[in-house]
Design a protein around this ligand. Structure first.
Ligand code: GRF
Length: 192
């Protein structure tokens, strides 16, 4: 079972999944491996990590396309070269078209830095602080055509502390993301 991970930047969630796959021997235990890391940004730092790990990489630069549809079609073609059982969005900052989502229905997951259904969209940590939330966190969910919705697979909550900045809260949440995302991916692979 091939996993393809899509990133746009640092790729720390991708790295956490790659490390878990090695540490927990997903190849032997789940018959699964990370087959490729693909980014919409040529300069995404996570591509360097993937290359160092000997993982195939791909770039489909969204700036090279004149519509969301043509970009998604090119991205889908690049992904499908690896015949994925599961496509993992990890810090992937593009809104995907319904056609793309339908093509990967049931095998497309994302991690969002809030306790969905609270705070879909951007700037989730600042919004939680501004609302006076006492808890924040992250959600792993199936991707549907509706942004940041879809069946929830895993969540982790962290305290919002007095005086928290968005960066401080983001770092606290990210630590939990790196725990729940690999665990949720492994759990899903076991059902496939
Ligand atoms: C994280 O906050 C994640 O929740 C969101 O993108 C941010 C960066 O993720 N999806 P990564 O370090 O690129 O994996």
């Amino acid at each position: 079972k091939h996993i393809v991970i899509l990133i746009s930047g640092t790729g720390s969630n991708m790295a956490a999944i790659v490390r878990a796959a090695e540490r927990e021997r997903w190849g032997v235990r789940l018959g699964a491996r990370v087959a490729a890391v693909i980014s919409n940004r040529p300069g995404a730092k996570g591509l360097d990590f993937a290359r160092e790990q000997g993982i195939a990489t791909g770039v489909v630069d969204h700036k090279a396309f004149d519509s969301r549809e043509t970009f998604d079609a090119a991205l889908q073609a690049e992904i499908d070269r690896h015949q994925p059982a599961l496509v993992v969005l990890a810090g992937f900052m593009r809104i995907l078209t319904p056609g793309f989502v339908a093509h990967y229905a049931g095998r497309l997951v994302n991690i969002h830095p809030s306790l969905l259904p609270a705070f879909p969209g951007l700037h989730t940590h600042q919004r939680a602080i501004d609302e006076g939330c006492k808890l924040a966190g992250a959600t792993v969910h199936q991707v549907t055509a509706e942004l940041d919705h879809g069946h929830i697979l895993a969540q982790a909550a962290v305290p919002v502390l007095p005086g928290d900045t968005a960066d401080a809260l983001a770092a606290r949440v990210l630590t939990q993301e790196h725990i729940i995302y690999p665990r949720a991916v492994a759990g899903l692979l076991q059902t496939m």
